[in-house]
Design a protein around this ligand. Structure first.
Ligand SMILES: Cc1ncc(COP(=O)(O)O)c(C=O)c1O
Length: 199
């Protein structure tokens, strides 16, 4: 849930960048409309019309939709560096795919990460208690503190290493930018390598 006690959990309507909650209160959404994937705003008329058209034709089938090929070609045209397109349903799934590809390509297991990346095992492994980690909440600086790694295989301990590349702090003088611990974390990775290609 976003910002408990400050932001409603459920919405009744959403149009453009405006959200109306179940009590009729209106909010301007500066998150998903701002940095998220809802680039055209909520309930964009063209998108709504296209979705309705597809729903009427049948939106769920054992076969694939030809529009996915059309969109893939357009995405590659827009991003010529990309050779292929893979669709995902969530950010967490996209990150799991990226980590899987990175591990397969490098033959290494350990991943350095910064920020929130969803709920999948590779990421929550960062919160598995480790000798070098006081309380098993290494992700506390990455948006959501207290994410329990229950059910994450203990064998993944030490495979996800969070770092903070920029820490913004406010003090009496205003904003203070503190440079991060990346170099420290990277040197730790190097020190722990011990000749194995597991990081
Ligand atoms: C960088 C990043 N990765 C992954 C996620 C997880 O996305 P989802 O909730 O769609 O799984 C988020 C969500 O905020 C994100 O910002």
């Amino acid at each position: 849930m976003y910002a408990p006690d400050q932001w409603p959990a459920y919405f009744a309507e959403a149009r453009g960048c405006e959200v109306i909650d179940l009590d009729g209160r209106r909010f301007l959404d500066m998150t998903t409309s701002g940095i998220g994937s809802c680039l055209l705003g909520y309930a964009d008329p063209d998108v709504t019309e296209a979705v309705l058209r597809r729903v009427r034709l049948g939106s769920m089938c054992t076969l694939n939709s030809p529009e996915e090929v059309e969109l893939a070609a357009l995405l590659i045209e827009l991003h010529p560096w990309a050779e292929q397109v893979r669709y995902c349903r969530t950010g967490g799934e996209a990150m799991a795919v990226a980590v899987r590809i990175a591990r397969a390509a490098t033959g290494r297991d350990r991943v350095a990460l910064c920020g929130y990346h969803g709920w999948t095992d590779w990421y929550l492994a960062a919160n598995l208690p480790d000798k070098s980690d006081g309380g098993g909440d290494a992700l506390k600086e990455h948006l959501l503190p207290g994410l329990a790694p229950a059910g994450v295989p203990v064998g993944l301990t030490g495979t996800a290493l969070p770092f903070t590349y920029i820490l913004l702090a406010v003090n009496n003088c205003g904003f203070v930018t503190k440079l991060s611990v990346v170099s420290y974390q990277l040197s730790e990775l190097g020190n722990n390598d011990s000749g194995k290609s597991s990081d």
